[in-house]
Design a protein around this ligand. Structure first.
Ligand code: PMP
Length: 435
């Protein structure tokens, strides 16, 4: 029975609840720019952006126009069957953006791209093992789960995950208290120890990592760490896979996050922001690697759907024209505002990130992760019209992921809500348990 007199949230018991806002569910009726509206007409600033999907904002008119034009000509053909314009054009565009001599394989989700990247690395090297990193997140399908270590909840009760996966240390200077140099050394050492005690480098197909960890806590590693990983890969014939599903498409103030580090991967996986909400993901690999996939060896029904590709082409245009610059400039501005809050309020241990991928890590008086404050602030923000997400293995990082096209006034509004929340918390004497 359809119960239309009830709210969407009240009718939500037939679906899994949204992971992000389990306690305070909202039903969204409309979305535009950085704003979404709920069933009562209340407006929220959407600083979750579908976890980094709506990088050009919701329902950008140019994306809508491109999609409408595509719908008038073709909805589905199947890349297993034939070529079609938006698919080829997008592959050409991505080649341009990543330095040509590449080939692209399109799929539907970030997890699916990572699954494919692992298969491709195994196929190309004829080796079994994969190295990934603690706190890394790569998706929820089985192989993606196998290389994901950002929460035990993602792995528990899924016995029978992919074998030959080894989790290494990823830099976390704020948590370890070590210098960038020492932290790099510690983490590279963990890779060498895997080689020494667990699997010979000659058996390793790929090292996969996020150039900035997303779900793991918005952690930016030292440049030197990525450079040394590149060297290890070159030395042992191991393929380097960067998972830029969350960091890609302007999120960090560059088209791709790896541009900040001057280190290039052999295989790049992309998703989320690529098509502003239409299902699409991509694997971009050096030509000689991708060619190891004989036609028919890997494929899928919907990957590279014409409508998604048209949305992607329009989204990339907008990012190139204004989004990336905006993410860089306003990302710096937002970070400064958050640094100001850090100097005013106790509990903000660290403010970090690149572009508009910014995390604020909260710690208690002893310096331990403080998830309850973060949860309180997230709920306070939601009540006051700002949607924020948390991240980090201890859920003590509040993350800002507004669209790359966000306005300065919208950032100011969100920061002032956060400040009000922090002021209220500061006034309270006994904990934060009002939610
Ligand atoms: N990789 C990274 C870095 C991600 O952040 C995510 C999603 N949070 C994924 C992969 C999985 O993407 P999807 O949910 O589209 O499968």
């Amino acid at each position: 029975m359809i119960e239309e007199n009830k709210s969407l949230a009240e009718r939500g018991d037939r679906v899994l609840p949204p992971a992000a806002n389990r306690a305070t569910k909202i039903g969204v009726m409309k979305a535009y720019g950085s704003t979404i509206e709920d069933e009562s007409g209340k407006k929220y600033l959407d600083f979750a952006s579908g976890v980094g999907v709506n990088n050009v904002g919701h329902c950008h008119p140019e994306v809508i126009e491109a999609v409408k034009q595509q719908l008038d000509t073709m909805i589905h053909v199947g890349h297993n069957v034939a070529y079609y314009p938006s698919y080829i054009q997008l592959a050409e565009e991505l080649n341009e953006l990543t330095g040509t001599q590449k080939m692209v394989y399109f799929s539907n989700s970030g997890a699916e791209a990572n699954e494919g990247a692992i298969k491709l690395a195994k196929k190309a090297t004829k080796r079994p093992a994969i190295l990934s990193f603690k706190r890394g997140f790569h998706g929820r399908t089985l192989a993606a789960t196998s290389i994901t270590f950002s929460s035990s909840a993602y792995r528990q009760d899924y016995e029978g995950l992919l074998p030959s996966v080894y989790a290494c240390e990823y830099p976390y200077p704020f948590r370890t208290g070590l210098s960038y140099e020492e932290e790099t050394k510690r983490c590279i050492q963990s890779i060498n120890e895997v080689f020494q005690y667990q699997v010979a480098p000659s058996q390793v197909a790929a090292i996969i990592l996020e150039p900035v960890q997303g779900e793991g806590g918005y952690i930016v590693p030292p440049k030197e760490f990525l450079k040394q990983i590149r060297e290890i890969c070159d030395q042992h014939g191991i393929l380097l896979i960067f998972d830029e599903v969350q960091t890609g498409f302007g999120r960090t103030g560059k088209m791709f996050a790896y541009e900040h580090f001057g280190v290039e991967p052999d295989i790049l996986t992309l998703g989320k922001g690529i098509a502003s909400g239409f299902p699409l993901s991509a694997i971009i690999a050096k030509k000689e690697i991708m060619e190891k996939w004989e036609p028919g060896t890997h494929g899928g029904t919907y990957g590279g759907n014409p409508v998604s590709c048209a949305a992607a082409l329009a989204s990339i245009e907008i990012l190139k024209r204004e989004g990336i610059d905006n993410a860089q400039t306003l990302g710096g501005y937002l970070k400064q505002q958050l640094f100001d809050l850090q100097s005013e309020f106790a509990g903000i241990g660290d403010v970090r990130g690149l572009g508009l991928m910014i995390g604020i890590e909260f710690t208690d008086e002893k310096g331990s992760p403080d998830a309850s404050t973060v949860n309180w602030l997230k709920n306070f923000a939601l009540e006051h019209g700002v949607i924020l997400l948390t991240c980090g293995t201890e859920k003590n990082v509040l993350r800002f992921i507004p669209p790359a096209t966000v306005l300065k006034e919208e950032l100011d509004q969100a920061v002032s809500v956060l400040k009000e929340g922090l002021q209220q918390l500061a006034k309270k004497e006994s904990g934060h348990a009002i939610y």
